[in-house]
Design a protein around this ligand. Sequence first.
Ligand SMILES: [Zn+2]
Length: 264
Amino acid sequence: MLYVDKSKADVPSYVIVNAKRELKDTPGTTVCYDSLLGDTPSTIREHLCADQGWLCVYCMRRISLKPEPGVSRMAHTEHYIPRHQHGDTGKALPYPEYSQADLDEFSLDYNNLFATCDGKYIEDEQSEEEPEEEYTHAGRTEKAQETCDKPRGNQRLTVDPRNPVHIASIRYGKTNALIDSSDSAIASDLTKKLNLNYHWLVAERASTLSELYEWFSVHAKDNNFRKECEERLQTLKNGDSSGKRQPFAQMLIWALEKRMRRMN
Ligand SMILES: [Zn+2]
């Protein structure tokens, strides 16, 4: 999961304020994300993507507005506090402390919004090669090959991408890249609600992690190894000249900072 510092966000305030005013002036229209018209949702989405270095907040794979197969996934707008309370009948709602009016307000609050991937793992044309395992949680049957907001649905999350303490609790298997957390509620969110240990995703993370370890072994004897690590860290945090961050950036930051602590 990516750490997202919303205090550094490039909020399209004018777009959101204008859209809200327009909705308020339209009789019979609720002021909420679902009522937005025209380019407003895609403008908001583009800002979210750029703020996150064009990575999905949950799985950290590359996202874009015009996805390329094998390179990037279609970007979606995720509402951290969901737009609707889809509690199953007779079960407690995931956010019972909020009314629908609260949710409508959160739905247009940029701090509550994140960019995610489409939640699919397998390319559509390959889907026949992968039998769709199914699992059940919260009374619903889900496809195990989906990750991120797809399996999450409107479930409550403990882990918050805006909370640096939550992100610092996340760790990865040194060689297998399995995601975990020292906080059991966060670990459960990552693995059960967001399905971030889906095997193909884990394989991709492991390959990226092993590239970093390979880079360590090639450069560890360089006189300026620390400086090289610091430069790499900055690029992982800020992205390249076009603002794109490397997929799985937060995991690589975790591994790099761990390696740098060993230099002291
Ligand atoms: Zn994702």
